[in-house]
Design a binder for this molecule. Structure first.
Ligand code: SF4
Length: 303
């Protein structure tokens, strides 16, 4: 389903649709490239092109245990800590490689020759929750330096987060620095009730804390809400749960939080829980339409 705002912005709609979700470069979100510990290139539909991932959790540790998590925790992580000096050096090398057209020689980027030199964003994501690390600010600073030195003025710095650590002082400093350099926060919200949150995200963190973190963060700058919808043991999210989810979004707006848009997506790659399964495009579109009607927000779907 095409939202009215997408109709009004054909260039965005076209960009999203020009990136096909069956492309190898889109399906392959492997968080490793060459010998690097922290950085990797991916073609991202949500970034509308080439995104340089910055993995702040090479230890694979997360404070959530989402049923749909695709991180393979059976093998050990590459490093226990994040070294911002090494991160900056790896990032500088990869960016120079990309800008020189180096991805053209990589089989997994064969289908996307037009996209592989244009860095849309640097994305803190990876194999765990980026806000868990003690030196988040230093890592933001490392990315800012590389971005500034290469005059990549339009490239965003995106934080993909489950919101658990957005209240930490060091993280808040990092967010403020991101704000000065095309920062954007994509905060996870998959549920409307504590029960469903515990069922899908399986975290010991109190749900209200996440909501409070999303609110205080969105009061300072507009944020993106990213929500994954799925079938759990064959069951779709219930109408009551979806209503509660929409109420949470409306509560954020009522509390003075600004939501730029909602990214509604579903499982794209194999998950360790076989009973966590993807939605069809039609099912996801139906959910997105309910959210639009209940909140008035722009909702982009990624099925
Ligand atoms: S928050 Fe992300 S990394 Fe952590 S368990 Fe969930 S999907 Fe996996």
């Amino acid at each position: 389903m095409r939202s009215s705002s997408l109709v009004a912005r054909p260039s965005l709609y076209e960009a999203m649709n020009s990136i096909k979700n069956h492309w190898v470069s889109v399906r392959n979100h492997q968080r490793s490239f060459a010998e690097y510990t922290y950085v990797y290139p991916v073609i991202s539909r949500r970034s509308q092109g080439l995104s340089i991932g910055v993995n702040l959790n090479p230890d694979k540790i997360c404070n959530f245990d989402c049923v749909y998590c695709e991180v393979d925790r059976r093998s050990p992580g590459k490093a226990r800590e994040v070294d911002p000096v090494r991160l900056q050096a790896e990032l500088a090398e990869l960016v120079d490689f990309v800008l020189a057209g180096g991805l053209a020689g990589q089989a997994r980027f064969d289908e996307v020759p037009a996209l592989i030199r244009d860095i849309k964003d640097f994305a803190f994501s990876g194999d765990g929750e980026p806000t868990m690390i003690p030196n988040f600010y230093d890592c933001v600073q490392a990315v800012v330096r590389v971005k500034e030195e290469r005059a990549l003025t339009s490239a965003k710095i995106v934080l993909i987060t489950n919101a658990a650590g957005l209240d930490k002082t060091d993280v808040r400093r990092g967010l403020a620095l991101m704000d000065e350099h095309q920062g954007e926060i994509w905060g996870k919200l998959d549920a409307g009730t504590e029960d469903y949150y515990r069922r899908v995200n399986r975290s010991p963190i109190v749900f209200e804390r996440l909501l409070a973190n999303l609110l205080t963060t969105a009061q300072v700058r507009p944020i993106v809400i990213q929500s994954l919808f799925l079938r759990v043991k064959g069951e779709l999210i219930s109408d009551a749960e979806l209503e509660a989810y929409c109420r949470r979004l409306n509560d954020l707006a009522r509390g003075g939080g600004r939501i730029k848009e909602v990214h509604a997506y579903t499982i794209a790659r194999p998950t360790p829980e076989p009973w966590a399964t993807r939605l069809s495009e039609e099912e996801l579109n139906r959910i997105a339409e309910v959210i639009r009607r209940a909140t008035g927000l722009e909702v982009r779907c990624f099925s």
